[in-house]
Design a binder for this molecule. Structure first.
Ligand SMILES: [Fe+2]
Ligand SMILES: [Fe+2]
Length: 332
């Protein structure tokens, strides 16, 4: 079996010298857990002055934010609440588990592969830690799947990417899209009462971690592009445009495949488009859902230093969609 396929994955094999965070002791009490949770959500660079993208100060602040907001929870000690049979069945039937586990597997591999190409030690460590956290997400999901008896399809073997920068960009921008919608769907799931609050709470740190990940990605991208000489910068911008085109094509293709299937419950990489029906009774109005995603996106980023850049493209597109939907709604 390929060493990268499942649980034998080790970030340090792709990022020599990477040391995983120390394992916290077994008995973190409630106060320590609450303090770690608060630390994960709030961070400010202690010195004043601008953080100019591309500057060493910007890189230092970005990397320190990522390190200081690390949450030491251990998947092994997460509580999986006992569920009513109907609730368990609904969760088992969600068409997302295969794709969720595989996406985390791909993300850890791609992030580690790209981190291994970096020479700047701060960014290299931050991206390697991000890969390690994706590994932890995969572990969380594996434990949940085992706890509730969810059957997974065999996982395809993942190979390290031939172009680590392309793969990292695809993963980073995918996370920007998926996290934006996941924030709203997660809030909808909490509100709808269809899922027990204890289960929603178990996933809350994972959701906030994705916010940290895309905050790191947005600042890495700004730092990286600002430091490139003119011709390499042009090449990079062309690559970014190609990544967005690829992601749009991938999502439109998947949406078509699902629709052609009559909405079959195939494992769904476009869960964000179909998920509202699954997490709320009777689905949700598209305008309400977009507005909720925007509000949740703002709320999750609010605790981090405002001088760090936020992912902008997806919220901008969402605001545009909201305006168009409102306009069309008025005309009708
Ligand atoms: Fe993840
Ligand atoms: Fe992530």
């Amino acid at each position: 079996m390929d060493a990268y396929a499942t649980d034998t994955f080790d970030v340090a094999r792709l990022v020599p010298g990477f040391r995983p965070p120390p394992r916290p002791g077994p008995g973190l009490d409630d106060a320590q857990l609450a303090a770690a949770d608060a630390r994960m959500r709030h961070w400010r660079e202690p010195t004043d002055g601008p953080l100019v993208p591309g500057s060493d100060r910007h890189a230092d602040a970005t990397c320190r934010m990522f390190r200081d907001t690390f949450n030491p929870y251990r998947p092994a000690v997460l509580d999986w609440p006992v569920l009513e049979p109907a609730v368990r069945d609904r969760i088992v039937a969600l068409p997302i588990w295969d794709i969720a586990v595989q996406t985390e597997g791909k993300a850890r591999l791609r992030m580690a592969a790209y981190a291994g190409t970096l020479h700047e030690p701060g960014m290299r460590d931050a991206l390697a830690l991000n890969a390690w956290e994706e590994q932890r997400h995969k572990d969380v999901l594996a434990r949940m799947v085992a706890a509730y008896g969810i059957d997974l399809a065999p996982e395809p073997v993942q190979q390290p990417p031939r172009d680590p920068e392309w793969a990292y960009l695809v993963t980073g921008y995918s996370e920007c899209i998926d996290s934006f919608f996941a924030f709203g769907l997660f809030a909808l799931a909490r509100r709808s009462g269809l899922f027990p609050p204890a289960l929603v709470d178990t996933f809350e740190p994972v959701m906030q971690e994705e916010c940290r990940h895309i905050l790191l990605f947005a600042n890495w991208a700004a730092w990286h592009r600002a430091r490139l000489p003119f011709l390499r910068r042009l090449r990079f911008e062309a690559k970014v445009a190609a990544v967005w085109a690829f992601l749009a094509w991938e999502r439109i293709g998947l949406a078509r495949a699902i629709d052609a299937d009559g909405g079959a419950r195939a494992q769904d990489n476009n869960f964000t488009l179909h998920g509202a029906q699954s997490v709320a009774d009777g689905g949700a109005d598209v305008r309400d859902l977009i507005a909720l995603c925007l509000a949740e996106n703002d709320r999750r980023f609010a605790g981090y230093d405002e001088r760090l850049l936020r992912p902008r493209t997806v919220p901008r597109l969402a605001r545009l969609m909201l305006r168009l939907a409102t306009l069309l709604g008025r005309r009708r």
